[in-house]
Each structure stands twice: as structure tokens, then as C-alpha cells.
Design a protein around this ligand. Structure first.
Ligand code: C2O
Length: 547
């Protein structure tokens, strides 16, 4: 394969949105950040230079990083942050993956502005199973705050309240015509009649799942999270933070002077407030010649499901099936070596003495898995693991099951408090793992977008209510379940995932809503080395940042 070299200069840039100018962190002065392109089988070398006052790291979301967690990026999990003035070179090979992914900062809330597409093209001479589109277009969703996002999360962590919601959603960095003074800041896609477009959709928003649709057009879903799916048609799709979806859009035969809204707005079931505005991009049909000034411009608006339409969300996710053919098989683990049952949800901490907290009933918001709210260490877990220095950094007591079983989607227990710790699960190389992720309604029902680093997993089952270990496994799909790196665990329900632990190292698993991540909805897996040389974690690069 070839090697692709990139330089990411993290620098401040003054940007104006919603009539509000502010200085934001960017890569190379670009917002959204530059598109990173490579081919399956190729090596990617990205020199990241930190020229801002914040610490920073970059994560290549969805890239498996085989034996090579050093290039994964989550701060204090696989590396110490890149400090001001420092450089770190991310060096990785893309093995057995192709499709749409993205890169983003993985320190605090810096991914609010530090993100961009990561496109893995098929190998030279390989084709797409869905045919060749006439054009490919990345469409990356984001959120815009008029305030400084670090201040937004810090305030939330200090007061114990939920953070302020964003001021706009964006498409390729643009809020679109429905927001204040944003008509000029609108993403436009000009299409030619009859042509086929591959839209590479990426949800880089911090805290919201989004419904997306194009007025008067049906779209064909062909890939999610860089794995091919059995194509299906849908007017509206759902995409959560951390998820990517490739769709084919066939332009109508002839549609002079027509403009269609491409709209996205949240799907949300939480109790808290959220930004319920709509971002719009414009799909414009090319105007044939000049003669059409007499034809009136027509505008078509998309209608999206209700904000809390859980039934639609479920209907959509049930359509997703792996392609699972001879060329792209679904290697679903048919047996399980180790079963895990993790509760995930919001929780509360007692308010510290001499402080007033603005969380529920005067408590402080937190979030947890199996009653543990994860605490980031002050050095990187992967280093501690590799050098055999885990003492005082992490312990291996993360429970395989909840400590206090209760009716997870019914009446919450009286005690919603959790404990805090840096706890991991250790598993031998090649363990076949099943994790049932059980959403809890302790502080209200809300979906969570669980993301696993270093792996794709299969979503073998999902449902509403409490997972039933006697009945539900019989209904698992072990033939063509969707394979992905981020799953939406249904609000008031559960999802069961399986993966084979064939990538040694330390791998973060967390909610991709950054607010829940900050509150502790995260944990890590330590996957031990296997016996063969290609089953061992490689040594760290010499420029790995120090804490
Ligand atoms: Cu895209 Cu740990 O994140």
C-alpha cells in the first residue's frame, strides 16, 4: 500500500456564526476540519502540532488500530495529551476497513470544533457493492455554541447542572436559513438531473441524535459505520453522535429551478432541555441554460418525525442488516466465552459540603455504568498496562454485572448515588464477548450512544423494557446483524452486542454524548496479548507524549 502524509496544525481561528464572532480551535484554520482520505490497506501518517493553549489529542473514530492503540487518541486512555507547543505523529495502517468515518479531538469538549471526515476508499480496482456513484459528498453534522464550549462543560461540572444546550446544528459547519442571520451560511449541494450521489453522512454533534431527510426524495442506505449493509430505501434516517451513514441519492430526471431542503433536527427523549432547532442545507437542481427566468423558484421542505418519535427510531434501526455476502461476510461470534451485563444511565452524586448543586433535587448530575462513574487517571492506561505499572493507576474490579439489580425501566430505586473509580475489565486475547447494555431510567429515559474503540461489534439484539436473559437470546440475529462501532441503546430498552477480542491493548467504551462522557458514562477494556507475534500490542512510538 501507499502512505498518506497529513499535517494537522491545531490553531485558533476567528469564525462568525449566528452573527457572533468567536475564536475557535481548528485544524489548519479550517472549520470543519480538513478531509482525510486514504485507501484500505494504506498507511496514514498525521503529524499533529499543538499551537493552542489547551491540551489536545486526536481520535480516528472507527479505525481499529490493530496492535496499535498508541495511535487511537483518547486522552488518558491510550495517551497523555499533546501539550502546547508539542507534536505527536499518529501513524497507523488501515486493515480490512473501508467507508466513511471521521476524526475528532478526544480531550474534554474540544471536538465541538475539531472534527472532519475520514474517508477510507476501497482498495485500488475494488468496487462498491452498490455501484459507482457519479459524485461523492461528505455531509458532516455538528453543533454550534455561541459560548466557549470548555466554559459550558466546566460550568456544568461545577454546578452539577446540565450544560447549556447548543445554539444551532450545522451541516458542514453551516447552520442554514432557519437560524438568525445565517442565510449566507448555508450548505448547498448542486445536483444534475438523473445523476447518483453518494452522501457520506457523519454525526459529529456533541449531544444529539439527528433525524435527517431530503424533501421529496427517497434515499438508499448502503453503509453504516464503514460496513456495507443490505441496501434499503427510507425517507428519513436517524444518525447518532459517533455514527456514520452512506446513502445514495438519485437526482430526479428534470426539475428546473427547484430547491429541496436537506433537514436535520434532533431525536430526543431526555428530561432535560435540548436544542430543538433544525439545520437545513439546500439541494439545488442545476438550471438548464438561461431560459428559465419565467419559471418560478420552487422550494420544498422536508418533514421530519416528532422530536421524541421512539417508534420511528426503532423502525429505522430494525431495517439495518449487514450485507453479509461471500465477499463481505458477517463474522458474528456464534458462541460466547464471557457474558457481561452493563447498566448505563444518568445518576446523581451527593452535593459536596459548602456547595450548592443545581442537579436533580439539589444533587450533582453524574452518569455511570454498573453503578460506577469512571474517573480518568492522570497518566495513560495503555502506558501503565504496557509497562506493567497499573498500580495506583487503575484496578481490575469493574463488575461484570450491576451491583444492585432492580427494575431498570420501571420505578427507580431510592438510592441513585454511584461510586467513582478507574476500573477496567481484563479479558484474554480472542475472548468471544457479549455485552448486554441495559438502559436505566433512574433519572428519566434517554437513549445512549455506546461507542467502543478498537473494534466493530455486531448488534445481535435490541428491545424495550428489561432484558430477559431467559427469552431474549433466543431471538438474537446471528446471521446478518448490523456491524458497527457505535450503537444507540434504545431509550427505556437494551441492546446486546458481540465481538471477538482479537485486538490487544486498552480500549475505551463510552457514551458518545459528550455530556454523558464528561459525567462518567465510560469504562475501559484491557485485552491481553495473545501468544503469536501478531497478537501482541506493539511498543509505543518514541514521541508518545508524557503526562
Ligand atoms: Cu468518537 Cu471515544 O470517540
Amino acid at each position: 500500500g501507499s502512505t498518506w502524509h497529513y499535517k494537522f496544525d491545531v490553531q485558533l481561528k476567528s469564525v462568525k456564526r449566528l452573527c457572533n464572532r468567536k475564536s475557535i480551535l481548528t485544524v489548519n484554520g479550517r472549520f470543519p476540519g480538513p478531509k482525510l482520505v486514504a485507501r484500505e490497506g494504506d498507511r496514514v501518517v498525521v503529524e499533529v502540532v499543538n499551537n493552542v493553549q489547551n491540551n489536545v489529542t486526536v481520535h480516528w473514530h472507527g479505525i481499529r488500530q490493530l496492535q496499535n492503540g498508541w495511535a487511537d487518541g483518547p486522552s488518558y486512555i491510550t495517551q497523555c495529551p499533546i501539550q502546547t507547543g508539542q507534536t505527536y505523529v499518529y501513524n497507523f495502517t488501515i486493515v480490512g476497513q473501508r467507508g466513511t468515518l471521521f476524526w475528532h479531538a478526544h480531550f474534554s469538549w474540544l471536538r465541538a470544533t475539531l472534527y472532519g471526515p475520514l474517508i477510507v476508499l476501497p482498495m485500488q480496482n475494488a468496487t462498491y457493492p452498490f455501484g459507482k456513484p457519479d459524485k461523492e459528498v461528505p455531509i458532516i453534522f455538528g453543533e454550534w455554541w455561541n459560548a466557549n464550549t470548555e466554559a459550558v462543560i466546566n460550568q456544568s461540572l461545577q454546578t452539577g447542572a446540565g450544560p447549556n444546550v447548543s445554539d444551532a446544528y450545522t451541516i458542514n459547519g453551516m447552520p442554514g436559513p432557519l437560524y438568525n442571520c445565517s442565510a449566507k451560511d448555508t450548505f448547498k449541494l448542486k445536483v444534475k438531473p438523473g445523476k447518483t450521489y453518494l452522501l457520506r453522512l457523519i454525526n459529529a454533534a456533541l449531544n444529539d441524535e439527528l433525524f435527517f431527510g431530503i424533501a421529496s426524495h427517497t434515499i438508499t442506505v448502503v453503509e453504516v459505520d464503514a460496513t456495507y449493509v443490505k441496501p434499503f430505501n427510507m425517507k428519513i434516517l436517524l444518525i447518532g453522535p459517533g455514527q456514520t451513514t452512506n446513502v445514495l441519492l438519485k437526482a430526479k430526471p428534470y426539475y428546473p429551478n427547484a430547491t429541496f431542503f436537506m433537514s436535520a433536527r434532533p431525536y430526543a427523549t431526555g428530561l432535560g432541555t435540548f436544542d430543538n432547532t433544525t439545520t437545513v442545507g439546500l439541494l439545488e437542481y442545476q438550471r438548464p441554460n438561461s431560459s428559465l427566468s419565467s419559471t418560478k423558484l420552487q422550494i420544498f421542505k422536508a418533514s421530519l418525525p416528532a422530536l421524541n418519535d421512539t417508534a420511528y427510531a426503532a423502525k429505522y434501526s430494525q431495517r439495518l442488516r449487514s450485507l453479509a455476502n461471500a465477499q463481505f461476510p458477517a463474522n458474528v461470534p456464534q458462541t460466547v466465552d464471557k457474558h457481561f451485563f452493563f447498566t448505563i444511565g444518568l445518576s446523581a452524586d451527593p452535593c459536596p459540603k459548602n456547595q450548592t448543586c443545581q442537579g436533580p433535587n439539589g444533587t450533582k448530575f453524574s452518569a455511570s455504568m454498573n453503578n460506577i462513574s469512571f474517573v480518568l487517571p492522570t497518566t495513560a492506561l495503555l502506558q501503565a498496562h504496557f509497562f506493567g505499572q497499573s498500580n495506583g493507576v487503575y484496578n481490575t474490579t469493574f463488575p461484570n454485572n450491576p451491583l444492585f439489580p432492580f427494575n431498570y425501566t420501571g420505578t427507580p430505586p431510592n438510592n441513585t448515588f454511584v461510586s467513582h473509580g478507574t476500573k477496567v475489565v481484563v479479558i484474554p486475547f480472542n475472548t468471544s464477548v457479549e455485552v448486554v447494555l441495559q438502559n436505566t431510567s433512574i433519572l428519566g429515559m434517554e437513549s445512549h450512544l455506546l461507542h467502543l474503540h478498537g473494534y466493530n461489534f455486531f448488534v445481535v439484539g435490541q428491545g424495550f423494557g428489561n432484558f430477559d436473559p431467559d427469552k431474549d437470546p433466543a431471538k438474537f440475529n446471528l446471521v446478518d446483524p448490523i456491524e458497527r462501532n457505535t450503537v444507540g441503546v434504545p431509550s427505556g430498552g437494551w441492546a446486546a452486542i458481540r465481538f471477538r477480542a482479537d485486538n490487544p491493548g486498552v480500549w475505551f467504551m463510552h457514551c458518545h454524548f459528550d455530556v454523558h462522557l464528561s459525567w462518567g458514562l465510560k469504562m475501559a477494556w484491557v485485552v491481553l496479548d495473545g501468544k503469536l507475534p501478531n497478537q501482541k500490542l506493539l511498543p509505543p512510538p518514541s514521541d508518545l507524549p508524557k503526562c
